[in-house]
Ligand binder design. Sequence first.
Ligand code: KPL
Length: 323
Amino acid sequence: MEVLVIGAGSLGSLVGGLLAPDHDVTLVGRDPHVSTIRTAGLAIGGEIQTRVEPSATIPQRVSASADLAIVTVKAGDTADAAETLTECDVEAVWSLQNGLGNEATLAEALDVPVLAGTATYGADQSAPGSVTCTGIGEVAIGPRPETETPEADLALAEEYGEALSGADAATTGGTDADADAESPPGLDVLVDPAMPERLWRKLAVNVGINPTTALARADNGALAEDEIAATARTAARETARVAQASGVDLDEADAAAELDAVVEATADNRSSMLQDVERGRRTEIDQLAGAVVDRAEEHEVSVPVARTLTALVRAWERANYLR
Ligand code: KPL
């Protein structure tokens, strides 16, 4: 399949890199990452070790056709990604982003089916031309919330899920010693018809992990420690309460358990918000904890921890002239 990845940062590079051996992948990102991939390929390190050679380009130069565009840009850059895609001829778009509402933004701007997705892989863009897999997670595809064509979208998600899943997708977690540069593990893409629940569950994980690790300047594994774990779990539980008030069936205990599972699976990962803070970039706080606070207000749900985390991260952004 021809696959465009719009947003070749940490996760986009990892996902595109894992698809590259079996598909014709073009990574769309920034220089010097893009120019390094063009000359030397993409090195994947950490829990998966391989080198692959996808095509790579910057957004201003894309006018490609593809079977599928995977959008992995920061939630705040979704409208720009949609604009880039208006120059391309793609059959469908799959959002693999953090936060809620990205699919709706893409669907409003584009005249092709837009599918929803989640990814819980840990990924860190260590240097130009390379990405480190810091935790093997799960990748899911399914109909987007509020689609007018749920059955057709589910059929499409099944088609793409099957086409994208690597033959040896379950074989992950290799070490340096057993790394086989010729046959890296593919992606195991799970098809989920119940995307709204999955997106809210992922939101609960992100609201628990991302601001806490960014503020503590700690990797995800630090959340296994009691004091900060309690803060993260409370934020995840608050998110579940807002999900329930929004009509989505997400149990508080399930949200907290999912958080614990992702913390364990990505213990060595530096969350995407921590990576943003360390690089002095604007974070996704508005689309994560900030979005929960906004919806909590609409539904009169109390979310003190999400509110505090939002205020602290926004204060960091203001102090760094990012707001
Ligand atoms: O999505 C992530 C992120 O960092 O944005 C998780 C899965 C929480 C991994 O850190």
